[in-house]
Ligand binder design. Sequence first.
Ligand SMILES: *Cc1c(COP(=O)(O)O)cnc(C)c1O
Length: 377
Amino acid sequence: MDYDYDALARADLRARFAERPLNMWRYAELLPLAGEPAVGRAVGGTPLLPAPRLGARLGVDQVWIKNDAVCHPTLSFKDRVVSLSISVAVGFGFDHIACASTGNLANAVAAGAAALGLKATIFIPRTLEGAKIVATQVYGARVIAIDGTYDDVNRLCAEAADRYRWAFVNVNLRPYYAEGSKTYALEIADQLGWRLPDHVVAPMAGGSLVAKIDKSWSELAKLGLIEERARPTRIHGAQPVGCSPIADAVIAGRELIVPVKEPRTIARSLAIGNPADGFYAARAIRQSGGSAAAVTDAEIVAAMRLLAETEGVFTETAGGVTVAAAQRLVAQGAIQRDESLVLCITGQGLKTTDPLLAELPRPPVIGPRLSELAAIV
Ligand SMILES: *Cc1c(COP(=O)(O)O)cnc(C)c1O
């Protein structure tokens, strides 16, 4: 999706952006929506937190967390893509919104449709976390669980999109959905004072977010809104070992993305075996001089705890994948101590508590007596 970059380069975009509240619509000129959003007016504008205590543990001096675990209203970066694609869908005259989801998209579509009184039908793999199903059904959406992988769900949705006049945000409206991801990276640049970090580590499912981080920063450079860097920001992609088709291709140095037939990972939000934008994500990583990492379930849980214990940020399994991948990349020397690093935290920990329940001790139970307290502290 292209914009009139020549005209935009002549506009004083930084000044225009600065006049608007910090949320995803601040960057309206770089989004494919004419006029006001129909839904999600306050979406985005999430904190970019300095993370010195995590940085000390990683061995990197300057670390920030872009925290979409607190993105309004459904606590993941999917609220961005959904606000844009539903707003576009309404303009096209759709009254029924649908999607194929690994969880967070389901939550965001259901909430967005509810806020406009639209019908919603959500397709998920049957193995989805209970919290993500509850946080979809509560909005009154029809949820249909498919006995199969996400790729099976997606294939069914592609067929259903031909049959029913529904707006599938990540199928027939996918180009709009994908552009919404850009706002996450535009905010990072804005919040760093229109400078970019040396490194960014982002989780990958379909690969859209990573591809759009690259696109949004290229657009800012093209428009003269950020300084030319001597060396481009290295974009690193993170996936769980049980489903790492993009990371594997990057690590092996091949262009071909080999689909994973049966994903097996606690990071269910990233469990897309045949990633729609895998090629573009891998290319963006390669061209930036970045790399990739695939991390184990145990590393993911440990990294979720590390982030929570050092910075007070509770992220879902996908965020654990990001932090664990950063640890790996530092150990490999791909990220150096004196370089700056942004970690993409894209979802909320309260949605994926199961892997932690097995790890954390049960709290001791005592009677309300000081003597009993004294016996254990
Ligand atoms: C969907 C999702 C991603 C990755 O998205 P893609 O653009 O498909 O790569 C990352 N983190 C979370 C929490 C997600 O829900």
